[in-house]
Design a protein around this ligand. Structure first.
Ligand SMILES: Cc1cc2nc3c(=O)[nH]c(=O)nc-3n(C[C@H](O)[C@H](O)[C@H](O)COP(=O)(O)OP(=O)(O)OC[C@H]3O[C@@H](n4cnc5c(N)ncnc54)[C@H](O)[C@@H]3O)c2cc1C
Length: 400
């Protein structure tokens, strides 16, 4: 059937990193007509996200399928070495990429680069409409199994689709509209992030230092335009907001960062604005409804302790993208109940496993109780002496 201008195969609600990536992935198939909507202006989003993201090897393969990895790669800093420290102790555990055939564990990218690449790619795809800013404010459910589902925008426009994908983040409107309950809790922690310039090169090393108030992570970035060495910082804090690092003046904040920053990086300088993210867990009890599916943070949001939130989301996109691609090839319905059930069946166990592991890590590593601290350090030393256990963790971090 010929499609009118407001008729799509897939409408993606949310043009964050996951929604845009899915739009690129599906857009590689010229037979599909896609819309990706976001309530915010994409250029403002590029300018306002100072975070860095660790992209695993597995996610890089999905970005490659989406036709964007080659453009991202020059801005991606490989992670060749990971050091784990615990509450002022010396290095307890070190992962070296040469122990896994010299492959990098992943790459650190500035979110602005990821987003800009995705926005440019979407713009270049004739079969993808990027509609933003545009807020989705309601849906009309299909009345019969063959009907389309419709998205209603705040300005009154209507888009109809065979499938609507909710990639609209932790507070997902699509999830609320479908009345899907979720399990959620707060860790009582906040991640204060910023970029830090330092005198000495980082040697492509990521450092994760666990403190009772949460992890202090230093993530290697490519040098900036002036050739300064840089790393992304995730400085986790807890306690009352009035004592937050966000309240410190620039000099006091830099001093607080310098106190915990690894000495071998030399003199440091804060190289960008600070931003703050409250940390919690959320997991939807279902990811699907009639002609609707949830992906990434709309379905599951985790603590950034292991840098796996978006990587887990990419695994949803990889699976859903493959199922929709196969349906397009066979001329079958990309929003059929059978396809959506398969998506749910294939993704939920993996997401549940990662949620359990990250939640366990947060509780184990954010615990100042002495016997737990001693057991934790003994555990880390044991893993460091067991090559098979180390390789298991390394391959998991790589998303293989
Ligand atoms: C400090 C920190 C560090 C992190 N580090 C890592 C890391 O190293 N590696 C990793 O894999 N993950 C990491 N993560 C997790 C990662 O950032 C998230 O998983 C990812 O950003 C989620 O992307 P998303 O597109 O699913 O959701 P979002 O980024 O929340 O995007 C949702 C989009 O939907 C839009 N939207 C919402 N409602 C509507 C509506 N009704 N109509 C239209 N548009 C709408 C919003 O405007 C938004 O743009 C980190 C997270 C934090 C907080």
């Amino acid at each position: 059937m010929a499609k009118t201008s407001d008729q799509y195969d897939v409408v993606i609600v949310g043009g964050g990193l996951s929604g845009l990536s899915l739009a690129c992935l599906l857009g590689e198939n010229e037979g599909l007509r896609i819309a990706c909507l976001d309530r915010e202006d994409p250029q403002k989003q590029i300018a306002n996200d100072e975070r860095t993201t660790a992209i695993s090897y597995g996610s890089s393969l999905i970005l490659e399928r989406a036709g964007v990895w080659d453009t991202m790669l020059p801005h991606a800093c490989p992670i060749d070495d990971i050091e784990i420290l615990d509450s002022g102790s010396p290095v307890l555990l070190e992962f070296l990429s040469r122990e896994v055939e010299g492959k990098s564990f992943g790459w650190i990218l500035h979110n602005a680069h990821i987003r800009r690449t995705l926005v440019d790619k979407v713009k270049s795809l004739k079969n993808v409409d990027h509609i933003a800013p545009a807020q989705v404010s309601d849906f009309i459910a299909p009345e019969t199994p063959d009907d389309d589902v419709q998205a209603i925008l705040a300005d009154g426009r209507r888009l109809s689709a065979r499938l609507i994908v909710g990639a609209d983040g932790r507070g997902s409107f699509v999830r609320h509209w479908l009345d899907i309950p979720s399990r959620r809790w707060s860790y009582g922690q906040r991640a204060v992030i910023c970029n830090v310039a330092h005198a000495n090169p980082h040697g492509n090393k990521a450092v994760e230092h666990f403190w009772p108030e949460g992890p202090f992570a230093v993530l290697p970035m490519t040098d900036d335009a002036q050739g300064r060495h840089r790393s992304g910082l995730v400085f986790t804090e807890h306690g009352p907001e009035k004592k937050s690092l966000m309240r410190l003046n620039d000099a006091d904040f830099e001093a607080a960062v310098a106190e915990k920053f690894p000495l071998e990086y030399g003199k440091i300088e804060i190289a960008g604005p600070r931003q703050c993210y409250p940390l919690g867990l959320i997991h939807a009890s279902r990811y699907i409804g009639p002609r609707m599916a949830l992906v990434a943070d709309a379905a599951h949001g985790i603590h950034p302790i292991a840098g796996q939130g978006l990587n887990l989301g990419f695994r949803d996109l990889g699976e859903l993208g493959r199922l929709i691609g196969d349906a397009a090839e066979d001329g079958t319905d990309p929003g059929s109940p059978a396809l959506l059930e398969t998506y749910l069946r294939r993704r939920r166990p993996d997401n549940m496993a990662m949620i359990a592991v990250t939640d366990g890590f947060v509780r184990l590593f954010s615990n100042g109780v002495l016997p737990i601290g001693l057991a934790r350090r003994a555990g880390l030393r044991a893993v460091s002496r067991l090559p098979a256990a180390k390789r298991f963790f390394m391959r998991h971090a790589m998303g293989e």
